[in-house]
Design a protein around this ligand. Structure first.
Ligand code: ZN
Length: 436
């Protein structure tokens, strides 16, 4: 698991112990309808299982031979009785120990919290307990209940968070299997024999805050750290803290990925593009930025990571753009790696700058710019420009820049003139002005 961004809780047995109400409700309807004394060992098997699955499981256990319709009816009756018990007896005192603390700690750390319960009563219970979840999965939207991974995956998908950044918390064997089939990190609460497969097992929810803190600490490496140090800003201290934009609403870090298929036309060698895309669609670059409002006077800033690689002989690079507010300059600063910042203006004046760790580049007003990674490591640059400038890709998408950066046979970068500009009709007038 990487740095946690989302923690997903089961409800029954983790957030609150509704087991006694379930037990009591089943006990009553089973006795009323079939004269059966419901026993705890059977009740144990129904934990974490949806309403009708529960009924079927119980019918199997006690060899109840009743038509499907009757089973449904009894299950619904049980649910009505269960809800009545909740209304009458459930109070916010019944949140299990440690839960409020761990939720508060997660909220403080800006980690999202979701609830993945098979129970249709979850929203009602959560409200009654006065708990704050960022998202409650609606079990009606889930095709396969636990132990299938669907309900946990639905929570991750809701926030678009990769499973590597999710933690699931469960007290039932079916739930642990659900989390592990989803590929998530699993904290099991309860009997270690029953919860085999969980990554961490604790006895009671009381231990959750401590264990969660430990897990968060051990997985502090975030997405950027996968690439090593110095590659991104320290967003915590350099970005969000005390950075009061948007009328006091905290701004969020955004990551945008560009894959080869999204910029296939940017590369000279179409066959090479096709050959790569036939196998995979590699991420060429990712950029991170704060959601700075596009206002005059604000400054947009962030980091761009261009991964190492080539398409044919041409190095990985950004799409490149003009700014909509054409009279906009931009600052680049190299954090790591090596490459070039290729620039040119509409008159065909070309200016190319090497960039590497510690080097700053000033991209002049009205110059289109693209960053090219010519090294073996990711090239990481900081950028800053006026926040209302916008991006304009159009002029660039058509023919590309005058300069292309190719890897020589010796593996060294060489700057070449783009044939599209030399052969095309437009070129004749512009080519003469290209400076090298
Ligand atoms: Zn720019």
């Amino acid at each position: 698991m990487k740095k946690a961004e989302l923690v997903i809780f089961d409800m029954d047995g983790i957030i609150v112990d509704t087991a006694k109400y379930h037990y009591q409700a089943w006990k009553t309807v089973l006795m009323d309808h079939w004269g059966i004394s419901h026993v705890l060992s059977v009740d144990e098997k129904t934990k974490g299982v949806g309403r009708y699955e529960c009924m079927k499981l119980i019918a199997d256990e006690y060899q109840i031979n009743a038509p499907e319709e009757e089973l449904y009816q009894v299950a619904n009756e049980k649910n009505e009785l269960y809800k009545m018990l909740l209304r009458e007896k459930l109070t916010d005192q019944e949140v299990l120990p440690g839960i409020r603390d761990v939720m508060e700690m997660l909220h403080k750390n800006q980690i999202l919290i979701a609830l993945a319960s098979s129970s249709y009563n979850a929203p009602y219970i959560v409200e009654k307990l006065n708990l704050e979840f960022d998202y409650i999965v609606n079990p009606a939207s889930i095709r396969k209940g636990k132990p299938a991974p669907d309900i946990y995956l639905a929570a991750a998908e809701h926030f678009d968070i990769p499973i590597d950044y999710c933690i699931g918390v469960e007290d039932a064997a079916s739930g642990v299997r659900s989390i592990k089939s989803a590929g998530m990190f699993c904290i099991g609460v309860g009997n270690s024999k029953l919860l085999r497969g969980a990554d961490v097992i604790i006895d009671t929810t009381l231990q959750l805050p401590e264990v969660m803190e430990e897990i968060l600490k051990n997985h502090e490496g975030n997405r950027e750290d996968d690439l090593g140090e110095r590659r991104t800003l320290d967003w915590e201290t350099g970005g969000t803290v005390g950075f009061d934009i948007n009328n006091g609403v905290a701004s969020e870090r955004k990551a945008t990925e560009r894959t080869l298929s999204q910029m296939a036309g940017a590369y000279q060698n179409e066959d090479a593009v096709k050959a790569i895309l036939a196998k995979e669609d590699p991420i060429i670059y990712t950029f991170y930025e704060l959601d700075v409002p596009e206002h005059e006077g604000d400054i947009a800033f962030g980091t761009t990571i261009i991964y190492p690689g080539t398409v044919g002989d041409e190095y990985f690079m950004t799409k490149g753009h003009y700014h909509n507010v054409i009279d906009t300059a931009e600052i680049y600063y190299g954090f790591q790696g090596e490459g070039y910042i290729i620039t040119e203006n509409a008159e065909g004046d070309v200016r190319n700058f090497p960039i590497s760790q510690g080097k700053a580049v000033y991209v002049g007003k009205a110059y289109a710019h693209r960053t090219v990674n010519t090294g073996d490591d990711p090239l990481v640059c900081f950028f800053a420009f006026r926040a209302d400038a916008g991006h304009n890709y159009k002029g660039i998408e058509e023919k590309g820049f005058h300069t292309i950066v190719l890897r020589s046979r010796e593996g060294k970068p060489i700057l070449m003139k783009n044939q599209k500009w030399i052969d095309g009709e437009l070129d004749k007038t512009k080519e003469a002005k290209v400076k090298w």
